[in-house]
Design a protein around this ligand. Structure first.
Ligand SMILES: CC(=O)N[C@H]1[C@@H](OP(=O)(O)OP(=O)(O)OC[C@H]2O[C@@H](n3ccc(=O)[nH]c3=O)[C@H](O)[C@@H]2O)O[C@H](CO)[C@@H](O)[C@@H]1O
Ligand SMILES: C=C(OP(=O)(O)O)C(=O)O
Length: 421
């Protein structure tokens, strides 16, 4: 439960330039990765989101203090201690699981509580554990904490049953300090994995193939501090592209890597939206034609990202015809649909698909963000709706969007963060 809500007055067009922050899903791995160094690591361009602050507190607890100002964080891991992190902040986010790989790599031991994060249906970590075990760790679950213990870590060949982002990065974090070579097969290929591999390589690690489905890591004895600039957040950028497609009178999305956006760009064009790619920007001009229904399937990168499915489904409520959205990553990731129906959207869920019929004129009401991207979806619904929309449980949204309100209000939106009545 959150004390604050977003009150959104809908129907206002968006225009101007919006700047994307550093990627949440990189940030939450880069910060734990710094624990593997023997001297300070500086990361530039971090987003101001609660997941970053939560990690900062967790690092502080284990003796790695940091400073964080204007997106620049310097972490001093030189005195970090092997301490258990069973409860509290560890449960407030998903990616606290990266402390397992980082602590295992550094100390060959770790005790870390099971993570929290968005409730998207089952989110097992069996592939992370399989990887740690292959490297020689004994892994047990005791009273809700994962205990990892190894005499030494030894490189191994690990085939992931699913191309998991978290497992790929977590295994990489431990394997950079293992003896000999680790090969991760069926590795995930998301851009955030390349970003983490870049930081680790600049710290002295030997990693080849990040961004492909086979990653080879030769373990090293020591990693040292460095400075790294994070990649832009492709999910934040995508959220703004979708908002611009819905309500834009000419919106420039700045600080984006257009190559990372290709699946969304192609889908938007299919829907009837013009998308102009520039070097580090994407421009969405005012739409001159109605949106046409499209079908969509979420896939691992470079397919359509599951994290954009929920905001995109709101755009589909505005399209003419019937769209089918199929989730292959998290089959039950459709909690936004019931809330959208309360706002007059027409749709239903069948198995791992949502069928959305449009166009619908959305009406403002009180809705609840069940998770981060459902929250972003409801903000867009509120921007489109007639009257006022109140979005509750915004703490989910603030886990992943940096300065969302200021950025959107600067484009012409009317969103107020207010105490719940
Ligand atoms: C912090 C972070 O980066 N979060 C992202 C990361 O989450 P996360 O790393 O948790 O997602 P994964 O890539 O691991 O999960 C993908 C699929 O694999 C399954 N799975 C995963 C691990 C495992 O050990 N066993 C298993 O079965 C999951 O249930 C899911 O169906 O990637 C997801 C998929 O792109 C995104 O939605 C999240 O925003
Ligand atoms: C699911 C997400 O985040 P997390 O993995 O941190 O819960 C997300 O960013 O959409």
């Amino acid at each position: 439960m959150s004390e604050y809500v977003y009150n959104i007055t809908g129907g206002r067009p968006l225009s101007g330039t919006i700047k994307v922050s550093g990627a949440k899903n990189s940030a939450v791995a880069l910060i734990p990765a710094a624990l593997l160094a023997d001297s300070p690591v500086t990361i530039d361009g971090l987003p101001e989101i609660s997941d970053v602050h939560t990690l900062q507190r967790l690092l502080e607890q284990i003796g790695a203090p940091s400073t964080f100002e204007e997106g620049v964080m310097t972490i001093d891991p030189s005195e970090v201690e092997e301490m258990a992190l069973p409860n509290g902040d560890i449960k407030k986010m998903r990616a606290s699981y990266y402390l397992m790989g980082a602590m295992l790599g550094r100390f060959k031991r770790a005790v870390i509580g099971l993570p929290g994060g968005c409730p998207l249906g089952p989110r097992p970590i069996d592939q992370h554990i399989k990887g740690f075990e292959a490297l020689g760790a004994k892994v047990t679950n005791e009273h809700g904490s994962i205990y990892l213990r190894a005499d030494e870590l030894i490189g191994a060949k690990i085939y992931l049953d699913v191309a998991s982002v978290g497992a790929t990065i977590n295994i990489m974090l431990a394997a950079v300090r293992a003896k000999g070579q680790t090969i991760i097969e069926n590795a995930a290929k998301e851009p955030e994995i390349i970003d983490v591999a870049t930081l680790l390589s600049n710290m002295g690690a030997d990693i080849k193939g990040a961004g492909t489905n086979v990653i080879r890591i030769n373990g090293v004895d020591q990693l040292t501090g460095t400075r790294h600039t994070i990649i832009p957040d492709r999910i934040e950028a995508g959220t703004y592209m979708i908002m611009a497609a819905a309500l834009g009178q000419g919106v420039t999305i700045d600080n984006v890597i257009p190559l990372h956006m290709e699946a969304l760009t192609a889908k938007l064009r299919e829907l009837g939206v013009e998308v102009i790619e520039r070097e580090e920007q994407i421009y969405i001009p005012e739409r001159k034609q109605p949106l046409q229904a499209v079908n969509l399937k979420t896939l691992v990168y470079p397919g359509f990202p599951t994290d954009l499915q929920q905001p995109f489904s709101v755009l589909l409520t505005q399209a003419e015809g019937s769209s089918v959205v199929t989730e292959t990553i998290y089959p039950a990731r459709f909690k936004q649909i019931d809330e959208l129906k309360r706002m007059n959207a027409k749709g239903k869920i069948e198995g791992n698909s949502a069928i959305i019929n449009g166009p619908a004129r959305l009406d403002g009401t009180i809705v609840r963000a069940s998770d981060l991207r459902a929250g972003a979806a409801l903000v867009l619904a509120g921007l489109l709706a007639k009257g006022t929309t109140t979005v509750e449980d915004i703490y989910h949204i603030e886990r992943g969007y940096s300065d969302l309100i200021d950025k959107l209000n600067a484009l012409g939106a009317d969103i107020r963060r207010e105490k719940k009545n």
